[in-house]
Design a protein around this ligand. Structure first.
Ligand SMILES: Cc1cc2nc3c(=O)[nH]c(=O)nc-3n(C[C@H](O)[C@H](O)[C@H](O)COP(=O)(O)O)c2cc1C
Length: 200
């Protein structure tokens, strides 16, 4: 197992630093039923606007529901299929566009759902697994195959599983998998009191 910790100016929480979007999964290592519930609990306790909990997660685990896993896999873009085939768990993430308490549009549903998805990523890191969120999938096909109601928006899909040994990473994946992680400079996105004035 190799890690690609974030390079930070000062130390940050170790789980945040350690999470990264790996693609090389071990095809022989599966999650347990308990593991799946732990991931769900991590997302369930996320904050949300009006406590609406607008997220819906469909877990498609190859080990116990191969049919659902294949259906989810078929919804992915070709590029994502090229590496996601070894991931034991695919999760379809949708968000509600309408508030439950007053039937008005919920303009924070996607925001809340993204935060809940990140909680799964962090929990997976804590459990020694990798996660990788994906926007590259067909929303129409996903909606149709999984009967997602009209008011919900399929936002993303996610892979979760265990990293394969570094020696077993295929040559075509190696360069991308081992590449250094990069971010924009701090002062490009983080401001001090006014738009554009870098925090550092
Ligand atoms: C909403 C969202 C959609 C993404 N879509 C894809 C995707 O379709 N395919 C892919 O390989 N990575 C995808 N990624 C992963 C990003 O490329 C990755 O998070 C980014 O490069 C930063 O790398 P890191 O997560 O390892 O820090 C997506 C990430 C997010 C949050």
């Amino acid at each position: 197992m190799f890690d690609k910790k974030a390079s930070t100016r000062y130390p940050i929480n170790q789980l945040l630093a350690s999470r990264w979007s790996g693609r090389a999964y071990d095809p022989d290592k599966y999650l347990s039923g308990e593991d799946r519930i732990i991931l769900a609990e991590a997302a369930r306790w996320s904050p949300s606007c009006f406590g609406d909990e607008p997220w819906r997660f469909i877990f498609c685990d190859k080990s116990c529901n191969e049919k659902a896993w294949h259906k989810a896999f078929d919804c992915l873009s070709e590029g994502n299929q090229s590496w996601a085939n070894n991931a034991p768990l695919l999760i379809i993430i949708s968000s509600d566009t309408i508030f439950a308490h007053n039937d008005k549009p919920n303009r924070w549903g996607n925001y809340d759902t993204g935060a809940a998805a990140m909680s799964i990523c962090i929990q997976a890191t804590e459990m020694g697994m990798m996660s990788h969120q994906m926007g590259g999938f067909s929303t129409d096909k996903t909606r149709e195959l999984f009967n997602i109601p009209e008011r919900f928006t399929p936002m993303a899909m996610m892979t979760v599983g265990y990293q394969v040994n570094e020696d077993s990473i295929s040559e075509d994946m190696k360069e991308r998998e081992l590449a250094e992680r990069k971010r924009k400079p701090l002062d490009e996105c983080f401001f001090d009191g006014e738009w554009g004035k870098g925090i550092v």
